[in-house]
Design a protein around this ligand. Structure first.
Ligand code: RIB
Ligand code: CA
Length: 315
């Protein structure tokens, strides 16, 4: 089976970095490009972090474009308290020496790549706020329609015991950071798979101290990078949740997650429900107008096996 052509849209961040490392070791994926968006950190950091991780992982040939420095209408609110002052866990990953950014803004970069391929060939995997995706939908709707599907990390749908928020009790960061962008995406009619906190915070698929030690002890360069960028998160929170790697892995091996189709509504009003993603579980509504396949379960052990086997394969 030929590899799946993907574009990653990221706010590199710790778990975004782990997702890049995994994607680079996955023959099932053909990474056509990576776009950066403001989210975990300001755009200058998230974009630079893409270059840092690619160069450290020995993959300088992948093109990188910069996207939105701020949400559609709101002020940017980074999460440096989680991802460290540089957005990469304060890890000693060198600054890029020879990589540069594509001249095009993210939406044009994505649009040009998509238009250069057949309809339905490319999967877009957003793992940050959906701002760049919203710009693509607004500026190049015909291009967006040529995408095969969008597999996003985002949302908290209250569909498992872990399906509560991480910014408010009901809101997940990627959606909360730019709820207007997410609302436009969920209303777009695109083929959306949403991998939310319901499954990404399932402890059977997270890295605890014991599992982190496996990465730390491995001589594989990717394992070393993964261990260093995630060390601060492990120290602060006792666990490294693999939010973005699970979105990527669900494209590599769709059997690792289970999904159900629901109508999903994104709350954009200010307050504790800002960024809430409501999956309408009423039977008729589910049959009438579902707009996303929402992840409802993950095979955590198999997910971890896949990640660890690929990040430690060279030593
Ligand atoms: O809520 C988790 C998501 O927000 C992850 O994508 C993390 O990188 C941050 O962007
Ligand atoms: Ca992210």
């Amino acid at each position: 089976m030929p590899p799946t052509k993907v574009i990653l849209d990221m706010d590199v961040g710790v778990d975004d970095a782990l997702a890049i490392l995994l994607a680079l070791r996955s023959p099932e994926l053909d990474i056509l490009g990576i776009t950066a968006v403001a989210g975990n950190a300001p755009l200058s950091m998230t974009a630079n972090n893409v270059l840092r991780v690619l160069e450290a992982a020995g993959a300088p040939e992948i093109p990188v474009a910069r996207g939105a420095a701020r949400p559609l209408t709101r002020e940017p609110e980074a999460a440096l308290h989680v991802h460290g002052n540089d957005g990469l866990g304060g890890a000693p990953v060198p600054q890029p020496s020879r990589l540069t950014f594509d001249d095009r803004p993210a939406a044009a970069f994505i649009s040009d790549i998509v238009m250069a391929h057949e309809p339905g060939e490319i999967t877009l995997i957003p793992t940050g706020p959906m701002t760049n995706v919203a710009h693509l939908l607004r500026e190049a709707p015909q291009t967006a329609a040529r995408l095969n599907r969008i597999v996003l990390m985002g949302g908290a749908f209250a569909l498992t015991p872990y399906g509560f928020g991480n910014v408010t009790s009901v809101s997940e960061f990627n959606i909360w950071a730019d709820p207007e962008a997410a609302a436009e995406l969920f209303a777009s009619g695109m083929d959306i798979t949403a991998v939310g906190l319901d499954v990404t915070t399932d402890p059977t698929g997270s890295i605890n101290a014991e599992r982190h030690e496996i990465l730390r002890r491995s001589a594989d360069p990717s394992a070393q990078i993964a261990a260093t960028v995630s060390a601060q998160v492990l120290e602060r929170y006792g666990v490294v949740n693999l939010h973005d790697p699970l979105a990527v892995t669900s494209v590599i091996d769709p059997t690792l997650i289970q999904t159900q189709r629901y109508p999903v509504e994104v709350i954009t009003v200010d307050g504790s429900t800002r960024g809430q993603t409501i999956a309408d579980r009423r039977a008729r509504r589910r049959s009438d107008s579902p707009n996303a396949a929402v992840a409802t379960a993950v095979d955590g052990p198999r997910f971890l096996d896949l990640i660890f086997s690929r990040l430690t394969q060279r030593a």
